[in-house]
Every structure is written in structure tokens, then in C-alpha cells.
Write a protein that binds this ligand. Structure first.
Ligand code: SF4
Ligand code: SF4
Length: 289
């Protein structure tokens, strides 16, 4: 099973649109996993029929038994996350601020604190016309995005073990969800654009991915928008020994198809002809599996 993560240093580079275009060309041979758990949107393009929705449990949270609590306030004094408030009549734990560290449970002599499982989102699975689909949504204000990415990837590998390709739509940035997304992937496909912010965030992304020994390839999206910027990206890629698989031009067909909620690679256009290079690269990798 080949695992390919599509990532970008910043949002708005067209990462999800590129992921969808690749997935559509591997119809019947791909599992899609949307690991952009803070803003998942691959479903808008791939239109899955969701078959199963499961609760996602993050770290445990503290709850206080008012019958046992003697209102001493020691737990609040020792909570480093300021998650506990004490009044004359009760002690409350803010479930969003609680990190489940367990200090309050350890320190409470009245044994009034318990750590309990806490639902902080959901993981969904279903089918698209191209193959199985998994994504996840964290409830607002909840962390544990790295843990959710891990859960989604595990499910993607298990849901159809005979399918040779897992294609992951990764999160933007270089934080915990990105690290969880690229860890153990066979190929990391960097989607970038010729803007100064795109270049800056790409550099940070490459630094992180290289520190994790990821195998990197690159796609430059909207490559004809800023020719000088694209030239700089080519120089950067050469210096970093990252192959550029294709340069996708600005193409009205991409906008039209995306607005219609379909992958652009289902129609013939300049962008589709460029994506074919990525498809052939992955096909060759699959042959060597
Ligand atoms: S330490 Fe225990 S008894 Fe004291 S306020 Fe906290 S929960 Fe209540
Ligand atoms: S488990 Fe940790 S973070 Fe949560 S309320 Fe207790 S001390 Fe604070």
C-alpha cells in the first residue's frame, strides 16, 4: 500500500483541488483520507455517501464530584492550564481548557476528581464514486488534531487493505497535524504557488519534512501567474533536490469544475494534462511496490 500525502505550507494553494484531481484519476484504486481536520473540505469535492460516523475521543478530561469536593481550591491552585474555577458553592472544570494532565486527580485528598473520556469530534467514513473516503471534524476549540490525523490514517489503511493507494489531503502549516500526516508516508507531495508567502511557507515545510526524512516531490500551482516567482521556486527545488512533477497553469476549467463540485481532471484541459505527470509518477511508484 502506497501512502501519498499532499501538503502545503499555507492554505489557499489549491492542495485539496489537486488531491481531488489525482484521486479521480485512480478511480477504484484509491482510498481518500482528509487529514485537514481543522478545516476539512475534500468532501465538498468528492461528495462521499457517509456510511458511518464515530465519536472521536481525545485526551481525558477532569470532572469533579460535588458530593466529595470540600471546596479547598487546591486543584485550581495547581492546574497549570487555569481550567478550574472555585466559588463559594462549587468547583467547575472548563472542558475546553482542561488538558487531561491528571494533576488535580493526583492532588485531591478528597478523591473528588476523576478523569473521564471526552468526545472532541467525529470521524466519518463512506464511499465516493472513486473509492472509500475518510475524514474527521474536531469540535470548535478542541485540540488533539494530531491524534485525530493518526486515527484517520489508521482507518484509511484498514478500511480496504486490498486498495493499493492511500491519498491523504494534509493540513496546511507545519504543526502537530502536519507531522502526524507525513510520518511514515512513502511520498510527500508539496503543493505550492509562486507568491512570496507561498515561497516562505514552503521553505519552512521543506525544513520540517526533511528533518523527518520524507521523500519529497513538488507541484507548482498557478505557475504562470508570477513567472519570476515560479523561476525562484524552480531554483529552490533544484537546490533542495526536490523533483518538480508539474507546473499547473491558471486554467478556467479548474475554477469551473471546482465550483461544480467535481475534480477538474475529469475534463480535458491544460491543468489536467499537467496532473497527468503526477498520475504517471504515482503509477510508476505503485508498480515498484
Ligand atoms: S482539590 Fe478536591 S476537594 Fe479540593 S476543591 Fe479540588 S476537587 Fe474539591
Ligand atoms: S486534568 Fe490537568 S488540566 Fe485538567 S483540570 Fe486537572 S489539572 Fe487542570
Amino acid at each position: 500500500m502506497l501512502q501519498v500525502a499532499v501538503v502545503s505550507g499555507k492554505g489557499g494553494t489549491g492542495k485539496t483541488v489537486v488531491t481531488g484531481a489525482i484521486a479521480a484519476r485512480f478511480s477504484g484504486s484509491v482510498v481518500m483520507a482528509d487529514c485537514d481536520v481543522d478545516a476539512s473540505n475534500l468532501a465538498l469535492l468528492m461528495m462521499p455517501d457517509i456510511i458511518q460516523t464515530e465519536p472521536f475521543y481525545g485526551l481525558n478530561r477532569a470532572v469533579i464530584d460535588p458530593k466529595k469536593c470540600v471546596l479547598c481550591g487546591v486543584c485550581a491552585d495547581n492546574c497549570r492550564f487555569n481550567a478550574i474555577s472555585v466559588s463559594e458553592k462549587r468547583v467547575d472544570v472548563n472542558q475546553v481548557h482542561c488538558e487531561g494532565c491528571g494533576v488535580c486527580e493526583f492532588i485531591c485528598l478528597a478523591k473528588a476528581v476523576k478523569l473521564v473520556p471526552y468526545i472532541c469530534g467525529e470521524v466519518r467514513s463512506g464511499n465516493t464514486r472513486f473509492g472509500p473516503f475518510i475524514d474527521g471534524k474536531l469540535n470548535p476549540g478542541n485540540g488533539n488534531s494530531g491524534l485525530m490525523v493518526h486515527t484517520i490514517r489508521k482507518k484509511a489503511r484498514e478500511i480496504s487493505p486490498d486498495i493499493p493507494l492511500v491519498l491523504i489531503d494534509g493540513p496546511p502549516g507545519i504543526g502537530c497535524p502536519l507531522i502526524s500526516t507525513v510520518t511514515g508516508c512513502d511520498i510527500v507531495l508539496l503543493v505550492t504557488e509562486p507568491s512570496s508567502s507561498g515561497r516562505h511557507d514552503l521553505e519552512r515545510l521543506v525544513t520540517v519534512c526533511k528533518s523527518m526524512r520524507c521523500r519529497l516531490v513538488m507541484v507548482i500551482n498557478r505557475a504562470d501567474l508570477v513567472p519570476d516567482g515560479t523561476h525562484d521556486l524552480r531554483v529552490f527545488a533544484k537546490e533542495e533536490s526536490i523533483p518538480i512533477l508539474c507546473e499547473i497553469p491558471v486554467d478556467p476549467m479548474v475554477v469551473q469544475a471546482t465550483r461544480a463540485g467535481v475534480p477538474f481532471s475529469l475534463s480535458d484541459s491544460p491543468a489536467t494534462r499537467m496532473i497527468q505527470n503526477v498520475v504517471e509518477f504515482i503509477q510508476n511508484e505503485l508498480k515498484e511496490e
